[in-house]
Design a protein around this ligand. Structure first.
Ligand code: CA
Length: 228
C-alpha cells in the first residue's frame, strides 16, 4: 500500500485530502509545517509527498530542497499561486507536479495516481525517473517529454542518465567520459561537448524546459530551466 505524506497547515484541507485519498486505499500521514514534515518524511519514507508551498516556518520550497538532497520521492506541490514563475521555481528544485488550489477530489486523486505510476521506489532495479516534463525509463531506455517519445542514441541516453541521477551536481567532462565511455576511452573531452549539444537539441525541441546546463569552466549539470 502506498503511503502519502501531506504537508499542509490548513488543517481542514489536510483532513479533506486525507479522507479522499484514504478512500482510494492510500495510507495517509499529515504534518502541518515543513519542519514536522521533514521529521515524518525521514522516519516513514512515504511513497509520495503532497506539499503546500505557503507554510509557517520552513516553507514548501525549502522542504522540497531538503528532501531532494537525498531522495527522489515524488513531490506534488499544492499552490494557491497561479503564477508560472512559482510553478517553475518548484519544478526547478525538484517537485514532480503541481496542483493549483482550489482543486477537486477527482483531480487530486488523478494527479496522485499519475505521479505514482510514472515514478517508482528508489531501490527498484529498473527505475523510472521523472523531472518536470521529462520521464526516463531506464529498463526500456525510453525517454519522453510530456508524453512525446524522444529518440536518443546510446551515448546520449547514458549521458542524460548519468546527469539526472544526481540533479544539480556538476560533472566535469572527464567524469562524464569515464562514466559513459569508460576508462579505456582515449578520445578528447570535446566528444562530451558534441554529444551534449545533440542531446540538448533533442530535448529542447519538444518541451517547455531545458535540462542540461553548462557550468562554465567546469562541466555540465542536470537542472530544469525555462526553455525561453
Ligand atoms: Ca498554507
Amino acid at each position: 500500500m502506498s503511503s502519502i505524506l501531506i504537508v499542509e497547515d490548513e488543517i481542514h484541507l489536510a483532513e479533506l485530502m486525507r479522507a479522499y485519498l484514504e478512500r482510494e486505499g492510500y495510507k495517509i500521514l499529515v504534518a502541518s509545517d515543513g519542519q514536522a514534515g521533514l521529521v515524518v518524511f525521514r522516519e516513514k519514507r512515504p511513497s509520495l509527498v503532497l506539499l503546500d508551498l505557503m507554510l509557517p516556518g520552513m516553507d514548501g520550497w525549502e522542504f522540497c530542497r531538503q528532501v531532494r538532497l537525498g531522495s527522489r520521492t515524488p513531490i506534488i506541490m499544492l499552490t494557491a499561486l497561479t503564477s508560472e514563475e512559482d510553478k517553475l521555481r518548484g519544478l526547478e528544485i525538484g517537485a514532480d507536479d503541481y496542483i493549483t488550489k482550489p482543486f477537486s477530489p477527482r483531480e487530486l486523486v488523478a494527479r496522485v495516481r499519475a505521479v505514482l505510476r510514472r515514478t517508482s521506489p528508489e531501490d527498484e532495479c529498473s527505475p523510472v525517473v521523472s523531472m518536470a516534463e521529462l520521464s526516463i525509463d531506464y529498463a526500456k531506455r525510453a525517454v519522453n517529454i510530456g508524453g512525446i517519445a524522444v529518440d536518443l542514441t546510446v551515448k546520449e541516453f547514458d549521458l542524460l542518465w548519468a546527469l539526472i541521477r544526481h540533479p544539480g551536481q556538476v560533472f566535469s567532462r572527464q567524469q562524464l567520459l569515464d562514466s559513459v565511455w569508460g576508462y579505456e576511452f582515449f578520445g578528447d573531452s570535446r566528444t562530451v561537448d558534441t554529444h551534449i549539444k545533440k542531446l540538448r537539441q533533442k530535448l529542447e525541441l519538444v518541451g517547455r524546459y531545458s535540462y542540461v546546463q553548462t557550468v562554465w569552466g567546469v562541466g555540465y549539470k542536470f537542472e530544469v530551466r525555462d526553455n525561453a
